[in-house]
Design a protein around this ligand. Sequence first.
Ligand code: GRF
Length: 216
Amino acid sequence: MTRRRTAILISGRGSNMEALIQAARDPSFPAEIALVLSNRPGAGGLDKASQAGVPTAVVDHRSHPDRDGFEAAMQAQLQAHGVEFVCLAGFMRILTAGFIARWEDRLINIHPSLLPAFRGLRTHERALAEGVRIHGCTVHYVVPELDAGPIIAQAAVPVLDDDTAETLGARVLQAEHALYPFGLSLAAGGRARREGQRVRVAGGKPQPALVSPLLD
Ligand code: GRF
């Protein structure tokens, strides 16, 4: 099996990055983490990646006058490390259509909601404000429209009556750490196949519904 050389793009603490690095330690995982790239020199994830023995690079968006220059510098890093597949994990820069086209079908993201609900920021706060009973996270291909790409995998968590944005966010984050490695393995391992806005996953099985609330 060929393992696809994968870069993780981060801007912050990198807990999803850690989950991906951990999963890719298994030699049968279809991706190997070849690079962690941050647009912020102070991102906490950089130290964690180095400690895990993964090469890191910083392309600081502030040292580039425009988006094209910033992305060209990122592209140079990706090429220099022989990267074939890219995961965004808390990467807080908007990518241009040109960059996304270059990585078409090889660029995925994790978003902390059940898309297409709650695109954008502050998803947990907004889920509470809307009173949803089930919330969650989504791994999807990246397209130029924000948080709108074909969905590879989703995980749902219940919303509890006494949840705050923090407690709900922590429950979703835990689900993210399981879902992102799974989504990457589907996409990099060739089990997920894009068909327009839908993704077909070979070998998917039905399962019982998650109902929320759950009573004693
Ligand atoms: C996660 O909630 C992810 O879904 C969102 O940004 C957050 C990044 O957290 N895109 P971390 O840096 O992976 O801990």
